[in-house]
Write a protein that binds this ligand. Structure first.
Ligand SMILES: [Zn+2]
Length: 95
């Protein structure tokens, strides 16, 4: 009887991305980006992206996407938040 080790071929989860998102989520909750590169917070349910520290209600994590720059978020179809104006923050634009 032949045994194929199919379980060995199971796709691996991209761990590095998950860890980076964890750091960004923590920075967003703490409103502290002093030890992390700038990023924007996009909310899939609203189509809006924000900067850290936005006064808008905190979204559910499952609806949040993180992007490095305003350009990345806009390319994904998101619009700038009218409360925190992430598009007016120079550090959030592509460098
Ligand atoms: Zn905002």
């Amino acid at each position: 009887m032949v045994h194929l080790h199919a379980a060995d071929a199971v796709a691996t989860i991209p761990v590095t991305t998950a860890l980076e998102d964890d750091a960004r989520w923590s920075a967003m909750i703490d409103r502290d980006t002093s030890d992390i590169d700038p990023f924007v917070i996009a909310v899939a349910t609203t189509g809006i992206y924000c900067r850290v520290g936005c006064p808008a209600r905190r979204p559910l994590r499952k609806n949040v996407r993180f992007y490095d720059t305003v350009e990345d978020a806009q390319a994904a179809g998101y619009r700038a938040c009218k409360r925190c104006h992430p598009d007016e923050s120079s550090e959030l634009h592509a460098r």
